[in-house]
Design a protein around this ligand. Sequence first.
Ligand code: PGA
Length: 233
Amino acid sequence: MKILVGNWKSNGNMSDKKKLFAAIERTKTDIKIILCLPYTLLCCNKSNKIAIGAQNISDYTNGAFTGDISGQMIHDTGAKYVLVGHSERRTYHHENNAIVKNKANLAVQNKLIPIICIGETLAEHQSNKTKPVIKKMLLNSIPDYGNFIIAYEPRWAIGSGKTPKQTEVAKIHQMIFDILKSIDKEKTPILFGGSINAKNITRFKNIPHVDGFMVGRASLKSETFLPIIKSMN
Ligand code: PGA
């Protein structure tokens, strides 16, 4: 089953959530939709069509860590997923692979499925280092056990309106699949993301081992999100 993850980042309020949920409820689809919402909107999901994810998880279990939201707390809201190692966390909060791996482990320990984000910078892309960078990020960011999802998002594609060539995406997804297979994790879904919209998704949706998409900006409103769902149907 194809997967579509919406990442709201630091956007959205209760009314935005109600509107988008209602619009998705009215839409016929068989794809798996996961909305990664701000912590303030995680609670009380009644939809059978939409699963909820958080966008970050504390490095710690419960305790004296003011301001942190632990895996147990996220699980308690009914959320089933959590993003770890999103490019913006890696850039603005200096999360390296070791931190991401620890968070992925904490997610699994708290019955959450981590959606582990990996992607090369523009400089790495331009100097042909994408493959070794992605390989290292992948092997060093995944949890020690349990299921997870991989989201390959070139860091230079996020929010920029730029996307890699079809052939580049195909090569990287094949490589990620091969690595996952070599560690008996070939059933792991591999998503692609970065400036995806209803128009450009057609270029990527039939690439082997692109099992779905992760969408930021276009997931905020039904006008831009529903056409993506329809195009994946
Ligand atoms: P974008 O964000 O679709 O707005 O580029 C993607 C992401 O950050 O996951």
